[in-house]
Ligand binder design. Structure first.
Ligand SMILES: [Zn+2]
Length: 333
């Protein structure tokens, strides 16, 4: 039993893949999101979408040259409009490697040499935050004030702070406690984050500062055993229809990542991606001991039929006792 009523945020990073095969917009974004929209309508709950704005800007730029991209751009813009009009939150997800990536007429050529915002100059950062935020407002006409850093890379934050402030981005939802990954292209260290579900900060998201300008609503975090991943890989092999990701691309290769999951306990974001959805109830119980906010991460591209069913079961089980919310509703005065 979970004693306190929790504010539950189901959050989705709305993006294609960034590996050698980016996958299609239809399979990675549109179709899985349609499945989420159905669940939301059926149970009258809303989710929060962190839209990969850099991709939208590149689509807009290259569709003028390559008509094949016109449809991708149109269906994404129309789906974002639908999500927003049905009460889902549309917020900022910054993957600045789009600045160096392009479409060659056949596929996207992804360059992740500058993967994190802090890899850019102060002027470039200011310009990226401003343009990426504007592209959402142009579509939804609603306020944008929350950021989730692409690939969890938001450190060193003192380099980003002024641009965030200048653009009215006062909430962050990136940190997941105790996690750390310093292997390229990632660069984050959340090992000293407060043992809470939300806090205020100023210069570093993992250092709480009373009356800081920024509020962190942390992604909930859970320790996962290697056995869990062994089972997951076996189950996936036996029943790919239920357990395979709906997206048709490939993630960025990260050396030793899979081996690490299979041999050590690891700290993971609470997630509805694939079989991670099995851990939702355990994670909710654990998180309720720390604070009021339960933030679940997901990616339309990484959802599976299994995980979408698990999300629906989770909503049905907890809707009466907890508050499924969005950032906009949560911060409503
Ligand atoms: Zn992302």
């Amino acid at each position: 039993m979970v004693a306190r009523a929790m504010d539950i945020f189901i959050t989705l990073d709305y993006e294609i893949y960034f590996g050698s095969n980016t996958g299609t917009v239809a399979k990675c974004i549109i179709e899985p999101t349609e499945m989420l929209i159905k669940i939301a309508q059926k149970h009258d709950v809303q989710f929060s979408f962190f839209v990969d704005c850099g991709f939208l800007l590149k689509l807009d730029e290259f569709r003028k040259k390559y008509s094949a991209l016109e449809k991708d751009y149109t269906v994404i813009v129309s789906q974002i409009k639908q999500l927003s009009s049905e009460g889902h939150d549309i917020q900022l997800h910054i993957h600045p490697h789009w600045e160096d990536s392009y479409y060659n007429g056949e596929q996207w050529i992804i360059n992740t040499k500058r993967y994190k915002l802090a890899d850019f100059s102060s002027n470039e950062i200011e310009d990226i935050v401003k343009r990426y935020k504007k592209v959402i407002i142009d579509i939804t006409g609603k306020a944008v004030f929350v950021n989730r850093a692409g690939g969890w890379c938001m450190q060193p934050f003192d380099k980003l702070k002024d641009s965030m402030k200048a653009n009215g981005i006062k909430v962050d939802s990136t940190v997941f406690t105790d996690a750390k990954n310093l292997s390229h292209p990632y660069n984050y260290d959340f090992t000293n984050a407060p043992n809470k579900t939300s806090w205020t900060f100023e210069d570093n998201p993992v250092e709480e500062k009373e009356n800081g300008f920024f509020k962190e609503i942390a992604i909930s975090s859970i320790k996962v055993s290697p056995l869990f991943y062994w089972k997951l890989f076996l189950v996936g092999r036996m029943n790919p229809y239920q357990h395979k990701p709906l997206g048709d691309g490939r993630p960025i290769a990260s050396s030793g990542y899979r081996r690490n999951l299979l041999s050590n306990y690891t700290q993971q974001p609470v997630s509805i991606d694939g079989d991670n959805a099995k851990l939702l109830n355990k994670a909710l119980r654990q998180t309720s001991k720390k604070g009021n906010e339960f933030v679940v991460l997901g990616h339309p591209k990484a959802l599976s039929r299994f995980s979408i069913n698990a999300l629906e079961a989770f909503v049905i089980q907890h809707k009466a006792n907890h508050n499924f919310t969005t950032y906009t509703n949560y911060f409503k005065p």
